[in-house]
Design a protein around this ligand. Structure first.
Ligand code: NDP
Length: 333
C-alpha cells in the first residue's frame, strides 16, 4: 500500500486570509465535497482531487451531513481518506460540517433544534472518523426554532470539544446579526458565515458583506462558479455528459438560455483577453473584496481544480476590466 506523503512545497504558493477578527487563516481557495465525493462517484478520482488539493496548500475541506449522494456518504468517504492519508496532517487541516437540512426520518432529523444539531454533529464525527470538527455550521435558518436554541446548540458543541468554532450559513442579514449577537453573548463568537456568491448571484451585496465586515466575521463563498456556468463547460451551449447540468438536479439545463449563453460568452471574452479562463476570472472577481475570506469551489477533476488554483496567480482584475464585467452582468439572462 502506498503511504501518502504531502508535497513538501504545499505552503509555498497558496495565500491565506484571516477569517474575520479571529485567529484562523483560511486558504483563498477551499474545496467543498457537496458533489463528486459521494458513494455514487469514483473513489479513486475523489482521492486524487483531495490529495492534490492538500498538496497545493488547500487546508480547508467543507462537508455537511447530507452531502453524497446518498446523504452521509461524502463524510464517510472523507473518513476513509482521514484513515488512509490525512491522519498525520490532522492539525494542518480545517474540516467543517453542517446540519440544517433533512438528514433522517422523524421529527428530529431536520432544521434547527438542539437535539438535531448536536446528534447530527456526533454522527458526522463518527462518519469522518474525527474527534472534533474545526467548524460546525447551522446550515440554514429555522423559522420555527428559537434562534437562542440553535445557537445554544453550536455553543454547546464548541464547549464540549466536538467543534472548535461555530458558523452559520444561508442566514439573511437581520437573522445573521441576531445570531452573531447571541453567539457573542454565549462566549462563542461566530467565526464565519457561508453564503452563495458569484457573478450570477450577488444577493450578499445587499447588506450581508457589510454586516460581516462590520462584525468581524469571516465569509466563505459557495458556488463561486455558479455550479459550472462560469467556466468553459457550457460556453458552446452543449451539455457535456457527466456534467452537473446533465444530471439536471441542482443545475437545471433550462438555465442555459440564449441570453445566458450570450452573457457567459461576453464574460469569457474578458477572460480570453487576459489569457485566462472564465473560471479564473470568476474567482478573481470574488477575491477583489477583502471581506471574502475564502472561495469555496467544487471540482470533478484535478484539472478543474488546477485551473481554479491559477486564479491565485497573475494580476488582479483592473478597474477597466471590473467596469466591463459590471456592464456584462447587467445583461439579461
Ligand atoms: P462551484 O460553483 O465551484 O461549482 C463546481 C462545479 O463546477 C464542479 O463540480 C464542476 O462541475 C464545475 N467546475 C469547477 N471548476 C471548473 C473548471 N475550472 N472548469 C470547468 N468546470 C469547472 O461550486 P459548488 O456549487 O460545487 O459548491 C462548492 C461547495 O460549496 C460545495 O462543495 C459545498 O461545500 C459548498 N456549498 C454550500 C452550500 C450551503 O448551503 N452552505 C450550498 C452549496 C454548496 P462538473 O461536475 O460539471 O464538472
Amino acid at each position: 500500500m502506498n503511504v501518502y506523503a504531502a508535497d513538501a512545497k504545499r505552503y509555498e504558493t497558496m495565500k491565506y486570509r484571516r477569517c474575520g477578527r479571529s485567529g484562523i487563516m483560511l486558504p483563498e481557495i477551499s474545496l467543498g465535497l457537496w458533489h463528486n465525493f459521494g458513494a455514487v462517484d469514483s473513489a479513486d478520482n475523489g482521492e486524487k482531487i483531495l490529495l492534490h488539493a492538500f498538496d497545493r496548500g488547500i487546508t480547508h475541506f467543507d462537508l455537511a451531513n447530507n452531502y453524497g449522494p446518498p446523504p452521509g456518504s461524502a463524510e464517510s468517504f472523507f473518513g476513509t481518506m482521514m484513515e488512509k492519508n490525512f491522519r498525520p496532517y490532522r492539525d494542518e487541516l480545517v474540516i467543517s460540517s453542517k446540519a440544517g437540512y433533512g438528514m433522517w426520518s422523524g421529527p428530529y432529523g431536520d432544521f434547527g433544534s438542539r437535539k438535531y444539531i448536536v446528534s447530527s454533529c456526533e454522527q458526522s464525527l463518527r462518519r469522518m472518523k474525527l474527534d472534533y470538527v474545526d467548524i460546525f455550521y447551522h446550515h440554514r435558518p429555522d423559522p420555527d426554532t428559537p434562534l437562542e436554541e440553535s445557537m445554544g446548540a453550536l455553543d454547546h458543541l464548541v464547549r464540549s470539544g466536538k467543534a472548535l468554532y461555530a458558523g452559520i450559513s444561508n442566514y439573511k442579514p437581520p437573522e445573521a446579526e441576531r445570531a452573531f449577537k447571541i453567539l457573542r453573548e454565549l462566549g462563542t463568537p461566530c467565526l464565519i458565515h457561508q453564503a452563495r456568491y458569484s457573478m450570477l448571484d450577488r444577493w450578499v451585496e445587499g447588506g450581508l458583506m457589510d454586516l460581516v465586515g462590520r462584525e468581524g466575521v469571516g465569509t466563505i463563498l459557495f458556488s463561486p462558479l455558479a455550479q459550472g456556468l462560469l467556466t468553459d463547460r457550457y460556453l458552446d451551449g452543449h451539455i457535456p455528459a457527466g456534467s452537473r447540468a446533465s444530471k439536471g438536479v441542482f443545475l437545471k439545463p433550462e438555465r442555459l438560455t440564449d441570453a445566458m449563453m450570450k452573457k457567459l460568452n461576453a464574460l469569457n471574452t474578458v477572460a480570453l483577453e487576459r489569457g485566462e479562463t472564465l473560471a479564473r476570472v470568476a474567482i478573481k472577481w470574488l477575491l477583489r473584496d477583502e471581506r471574502s475570506t475564502s472561495i469555496l469551489v467544487g471540482a470533478s477533476s484535478v484539472a478543474q481544480l488546477d485551473d481554479n488554483l491559477l486564479a491565485l496567480e497573475g494580476s488582479p482584475l483592473s478597474e477597466a476590466e471590473l467596469v466591463k464585467i459590471e456592464t456584462i452582468l447587467r445583461l439579461p439572462e
